[in-house]
Design a protein around this ligand. Structure first.
Ligand code: ARG
Length: 470
């Protein structure tokens, strides 16, 4: 990146506001205000937007067909230079837009200077960010689908693998491991729905709003929208150049999605501990310790959990960036880019690696089963059993509480108490109680309600998710 102060006046000239200025911009200001070190990432979107704008200008007779052809040729050259990594980005040219425009003019002369007719960097940058973000959304959606597929592939063989379902982190009721994983599939499927919805509001065209008030040139905005694949136009020029709610909404999607990732990561970390021992992760997703030779740490899950913080931070940053801005464009908006870029990068990397890691989870059903057997997970089932025999639920609840208390004293699960002992708590308990209520399997099988953990319901859900994901 060249940053020679003697370019200052040159830069003023390229920016098109030289006449008003009697001295070049201070070098400090140049550095402080320049965005090209990061917004060059928008180059492809900027060029696509310029091509569509130029084509429309020619079609409307605002510039000549020859100008449009020159612009096309110049931009093609610039694109290939950027792709090849030989484009010379200049800090004194401030941002991606001015860099490309100055180079275009150097390459094709006056046609390059006509490209900006009826356009401002204000509607240009808003268009670029939307175009770029739309592309990223389209790349993130399959990663979210892959995450769900990975969870389904682990879940499928475990519709009858029982682990303790928890509330308050205390053993509550038996559930299947498949059912547990499908809870995350539901979360990520809602994230996928939300992403589709965010895209609708991202995919509207600001170009034509010009600086803020619209333009007197006879622009065909619909034509540009169609060329660029936008679903519609921003219908108020002031709003079009100023609001970044589409980016904030994306960051809020990202924050919610990372919150789900983080919950899953937390469970993976817990399940990996010696205390749980419910799963193991492939070695390639673990790291060791430089001092403790026995260690295998689930660093990927921990980092995913940790990176959730920075994504929340970006949401807060973009919200705060916007809240004090009067209409219309203010330079504050230049600060939308780095948080947005980092949000996209963090989500893409995290979803990719988590999906991969999840698909390699090694399940340890015996440890899950053992944990489910401690903690009276079938106490509710015994109460339900009594209800079926005509005992009012509240009374049944009391009876079972007494039985659990006895079990605790004896160090035995309800299913390990002999029939005569159980009958001591209520006369209507029969020898069918073990098979129909007290075993983990009986408890699981009984929860046949839609959305419940019974293996048949869960298999239906797996099939439905598979069909949805195609
Ligand atoms: N680099 C600027 C941004 O990111 C482009 C728009 C500049 N417009 C202006 N009037 N200074 O927002």
């Amino acid at each position: 990146m060249s940053n020679d102060p003697k370019h200052g006046s040159l830069a003023n000239k390229s920016r098109g506001w030289s006449a008003l200025f009697s001295e070049p911009m201070s070098e400090l200001v140049q550095r402080y205000t320049a965005s090209v070190p990061f917004d060059q990432r928008l180059a492809a979107a900027d060029i696509a937007g310029s091509l569509a704008h130029a084509e429309m200008l020619a079609a409307q007779g605002v510039i000549s067909q020859q100008d449009a052809a020159d612009i096309q040729r110049g931009l093609a050259q610039i694109k290939s230079d950027i792709d090849a990594g030989i484009f010379e980005w200049k800090l004194e040219l401030e941002d991606v837009h001015l860099n490309i425009e100055a180079r275009l003019t150097a390459l094709v002369g006056d046609a390059g200077k006509r490209l900006h007719t009826g356009r401002s960097r204000n509607d240009q940058v808003a268009t670029d960010v939307r175009l770029w973000l739309r592309g990223e959304i389209d790349a993130l959606a399959p990663l979210l689908a892959q995450m769900q597929r990975s969870l389904l592939s682990v879940a499928e063989p475990h519709t009858e693998t029982i682990l303790p379902g928890l509330t308050h982190l205390q053993v509550a009721q038996p559930v299947s491991f498949a059912h547990h994983l499908l809870a995350y599939v539901e979360m990520f499927s809602r994230d996928a729905e939300r992403l589709v919805d965010v895209r609708k509001r991202v995919n509207r065209l600001p170009l034509g709003a010009a600086a803020l008030a619209g333009t007197s040139y006879p622009l065909d905005r619909e034509r540009v929208a169609k060329t660029l694949g936008f679903d519609g136009l921003c219908m108020n020029s002031l709003d079009a150049v100023s609001d970044r709610d589409f980016a904030i909404e994306f960051c809020s999607w990202a924050a919610i999605t990372m919150m789900h990732v983080s919950r899953l990561a937390e469970e993976i970390v817990l399940w990996m501990t010696q205390n749980y021992g419910f799963i193991d992760l492939a070695d390639r997703y673990c790291t060791g310790s430089s001092i403790m030779p026995q260690k295998r740490n689930p660093d990927v899950a921990e980092l995913a959990r940790g990176k959730t913080g920075r994504v929340y931070g970006h949401l807060t940053a973009t919200l705060t960036l916007m809240k004090g801005q009067p209409l219309t464009y203010n330079k504050d908006n230049q600060e939308d880019k780095e948080p947005l870029f980092d949000t996209v990068d963090t989500l893409a990397a995290t979803l990719r690696i988590m999906a991969e890691m999840v698909s390699g989870i090694v399940v340890k059903p015996e440890a899950m089963q053992r944990a489910a057997q401690r903690g009276f997970a079938t106490a509710t089932d015994l109460a339900d059993y009594l209800v079926k025999k005509g005992v009012p639920f509240r009374d049944a609840h009391e009876v079972v509480a007494a039985a659990v208390k006895h079990g605790l004293q004896q160090g035995k699960d309800l299913s390990e108490l002999p029939l005569d002992v159980l009958r001591g708590f209520h006369a209507s308990i029969g020898d069918d109680v073990y098979e129909s209520a007290l075993t983990l399997e009986a408890s699981l099988n009984a929860r046949k309600v839609v959305g419940g953990t019974s293996p048949e319901r869960v298999r239906e859900q797996i099939a439905a998710h598979r069909q949805r994901l195609g």
